[in-house]
Design a protein around this ligand. Sequence first.
Ligand code: RB5
Length: 154
Amino acid sequence: MKLAIGNDHAAVAMKNGIVEHLKARGIEVINVGTDTNDSFDYAISGYKVAKLVASGEVDGGVLICGTGVGISLAANKVKGIRACVCSEPYTARLSKMHNNSNIIAFGARVVGQGEAEMIVDAWLDAEFEGGRHAKRTNMISEIEETGSLAAAED
Ligand code: RB5
């Protein structure tokens, strides 16, 4: 498995810890985030990871900024991306099982390193269930592709 990881200045230390955690799981990691504490615009890392995921060059992505919000918002502007911000493992697991998330995001100012590793593990160990959930994720794709949703029309 190969994952891309990205971050801003708020999350350098946590990113490094997550990279080590992923490598210990035998996962290849492409780091496109900043490695210094100088101010860095999260949209750049969110976009880079999203493009790698959307193109299929990697199997998924991990994004970390102060809250996980800005960097996931940027990633979600790339077609085909379902980036979910999670602050605990349950939501991370369900984001894969029900929402087929292809990027997991969290905040370095929100969760500690141990919680972050549990979030990543819960997400990696889960699988998309398909079925009724695929019908719903297909609706999200329809909105993305057409700007409308047939099921919402009267
Ligand atoms: C940077 O100060 C902070 O705004 C950023 O890391 C993130 O939390 C934005 O959503």
